[in-house]
Design a protein around this ligand. Sequence first.
Ligand code: SF4
Ligand code: SF4
Length: 97
Amino acid sequence: MKWEDICSNCGLCCHEKAVSKDFLIIFESVCDFYDEKNKRCSVYDERFDKCDRCLKVTPLRAAFASYLPSSCAYVLWAKRHHIRFPRDKEVVLSSEA
Ligand code: SF4
Ligand code: SF4
């Protein structure tokens, strides 16, 4: 399986987020390039050129990035390999933009 195929396309990482010690707040506001109907990035192959804020989920980020929800398929991958370090945070979906 290719690394990219791990993603379950939940889209949570394409939303605005705020991270605190115990909570990961995910706002309604989502990246302009996220196609909500098809639950896909509309510029996937060029996403790092088109979107300054788009970050590739690398194995290092899967292990350390606290902005990824515990349900993220890469976080689950890291947990399976015993390399996930931040504690799980409660995900709060906020209707604020
Ligand atoms: S450009 Fe990046 S953040 Fe925006 S929709 Fe695509 S993958 Fe998500
Ligand atoms: S949160 Fe994880 S599984 Fe969901 S779209 Fe982002 S990288 Fe993929």
